[in-house]
Design a protein around this ligand. Structure first.
Ligand SMILES: [Zn+2]
Length: 55
C-alpha cells in the first residue's frame, strides 16, 4: 500500500513525486523521526554544542 505522499503546501495527496497542483516536492504524510530535516537539526545542535565547549 502506500507510496502516498502529501504536499506540504496544498495538503493534497498524490502518488507522484511532486504535487499535481503546485509542482512542489511532496513528503510522506507521517514524517517520523527519520525525517532528514530532523536529522539535520540534530546535527546542527551537536555542532553548536561542540563549538560552545571548544570556546
Ligand atoms: Zn501543492
Amino acid at each position: 500500500m502506500s507510496n502516498i505522499k502529501t504536499c506540504p503546501d496544498c495538503r493534497d495527496y498524490t502518488l507522484k513525486d511532486e504535487c499535481q497542483k503546485c509542482g512542489a516536492g511532496v513528503v510522506s504524510p507521517h514524517p517520523p523521526r527519520f525525517s532528514p530535516e530532523d536529522r539535520y537539526g540534530k546535527y546542527r545542535r551537536k555542532l553548536k554544542k561542540i563549538t560552545k565547549e571548544g570556546a
